[in-house]
Design a protein around this ligand. Sequence first.
Ligand code: PIM
Length: 445
Amino acid sequence: MLRMYAGGRGLLARAEDRAKPFVRWGVTQGLPRNVMRQAAKRGDLQGRLINNAVGSHTFDLIPLFDELRASGPMHRGAFSQVTGHHALVHEVLASNDFRTGIPSAAAGPLQRLADWSALEVFNPVQPPSLLVTEPPDHTRYRKLVTRVFTVRAVESLRERTEQVAAELLDSLDPTSPVDLVERYCGLLPVTVISEILGVPTEQRDYILHLGAGAASSLDLGLSFREFRSVEACLREFDAWLTGHLTYLRANPGDNLLSKLVAVRDEEGELSELELKATAGLVLAAGFETTVNLLGNGIALLRSHPEQLTLLREQPDLWPNAVDEILRFDPPVLLTGRVAARDTELAGVPLQAGSVVTTVLAAANRDPEVFDDPERFDTQRENARDHVSFSAGRHYCLGAALARMEGEVGLRTLFDRYPDLELLPGARRRGTRILRGYESLPARLA
Ligand code: PIM
């Protein structure tokens, strides 16, 4: 009798295991995707923005950004309030009245379904990822990670990045066409991530495969197939990381993850899960966004040859050029916040739990802040005022790293191949939030 009972429970558990991924996908991806599709059909601006983002150039979305800002400080979309005004986007991101995470509007049955089906391994959009952690945990946790992830530590990676960029370019045949995303942009960031995480050289291709697979965990509206493949990569990375952390404890190296392990072990203020989540975030967040920054930069500079000439004459302009690229074609289209309490924004009362979507790419083109915003100008004085790295306590921890990689990656490429030309056949990625190129065919010389 007892055996039968146990067998029955086993069956139920197996059925649950099979149902969970589908429920997880439905709650986090399928349902929002469907809501947005239906909303777009009704003409809703938020729905059109999310729908039109797939596979498009960010400049194709400009009329929607303009419509959004013209509709007032805040726009009531199908899913949330939406703003594309720089001042408001900044205010929301920096405010203590708003937090990251899941809206309480989704609390209740949907939240219970999400909790029941939650992935058992690290996911960059679930706690304890720093992306969705709030004070007081966030304050302690971020301080510890910042102590290791310093501007100095990033600068010390510059020389190695230059060397890798040069090696990657050496491996290309300048006499035949090449896909720059596949052979250059997609390979540089993973080497830098591997340096940070202390990945042995022979495992780097494996980490490249996992990073490329896990990055879309930060996107929205994935198909069930894409979702399963992302989860498989997150699971594999988690298993790999368990072994890797054991290895680093026995053989600490001159890498940032070894330093973070020491912080955890000596001071105990960082939990093992937080340690793993931070490594996972370095992989998922540091990978595709940087690949996209490089690809977007190549395309923008190639289509503005006068800016390339300027950069050749005044190489000191490179850091500002990278910020102008980030402003003009940001790797992350939008983000969102939830009101932590009843509050008000631009005179609009907001109940605790309501969501505000901040369209970073629209704020970056706000004429109140950026003079003639559709002009791509590497000399723009306030290019750094873009919000592509967010703002406030969640300001991107990888910003200095991304700027360094963008500068080194683009400068090395254009110094080596000043006559580089893009060939027909460039394709944008099919993602919604993450903005960049899937392929960029080019002739180098
Ligand atoms: N990517 C790199 N840093 C942050 C991100 C991110 C955050 C939210 C959504 C998509 C990408």
